[in-house]
Ligand binder design. Sequence first.
Ligand SMILES: Cc1cc2nc3c(=O)[nH]c(=O)nc-3n(C[C@H](O)[C@H](O)[C@H](O)COP(=O)(O)O)c2cc1C
Length: 333
Amino acid sequence: MNLTTNYLGLELANPIVPSSSPLTRDIESLQQLEAAGAAAVVLPSLFEEQIEHEAMAVHSALDYGSEISAESIGGYFPEMDDYNTGAGDYLDKLRTAKETLTIPVIASLNGDSAGGWTLYARIIEDAGADALELNIYLIAADMNKAGPEVADEYLRLVERVREAVTIPLSVKVGPFFTSMAHMAGRLVEAGADGLVLFNRFYQPDIDLDTLTVGPNLVLSSSQELRLVLRWMAILHGRVNASLAATTGVHTSEDVLKLVLAGADVTMMASALLKHGPDHVTTVLDGVTRWLEERDYLSLDQARGSLSQASSPNPAAFERSNYMHALTEYSSKR
Ligand SMILES: Cc1cc2nc3c(=O)[nH]c(=O)nc-3n(C[C@H](O)[C@H](O)[C@H](O)COP(=O)(O)O)c2cc1C
């Protein structure tokens, strides 16, 4: 079965791309993912906070002659030490991944402001990344900032990074915009070659025993796919950009639904953390079987056939399906 797909101008063997997670951090697990059939990988993000604190630490070391060493710079983020230890380490990992793997390696920058850290996009490009994913993780909690101002911050950030690099650029965003469709179009105008739908914002939790607030990261399930599925279907064919799905992709059925809705690639993190790299092979086998059983010649043939533009029931993706869903639920009980 021909599962090839084009994402950000990269020709990929299939639509399965492991997204940023601890599984894409080390070369051993990256090699396992490649062997299992992953078509490309997205490395964990280099975080704005890490870069800015490294820069500040170097600055104050130079200014005041303090004893700050390369090692102690990493220590500013003890909680990050196991995940991603800073820009130097990040670039080393990126270079090793590029030297070792044959599939495309997508680097990731994660931040929320158009600061000096965006220059790292160029450094990442120079280190050989095939593409860059910009994860804009912005919680709009400032009551003095109206929606359009927040949207402008996103766009400025994309423009800044776009100016810095020539490699393909994707933008990973959350779904919380007043007009998601309009925003998608503007992100593409600002320079995004692809959109990654959607960032999964980790919700803080309160521990009632210790009375502390913590991140409490819980892995996703296929239940979370629906929001992505709706917007994939609405945006397919309407924006001049590649579309990647992330959040809730666990099974071959999830992948097929997203491709029918219009996804160019489907990204996985939780499912691979749960089941290990070989899960890629299981999912690919399931996708191939389904397509063969229905006499498809390629994955491309299926792509977008149930997007909003092609669906015989376009209203299903919008409000008009709402009352129908509610009445159908009550009539079943
Ligand atoms: C432990 C963990 C670490 C992650 N690290 C990153 C990261 O560094 N950068 C990023 O953009 N996304 C990161 N993500 C988000 C995933 O790439 C993915 O978008 C999200 O988990 C939703 O997909 P899923 O349902 O397949 O897990 C992380 C997710 C997990 C579970």
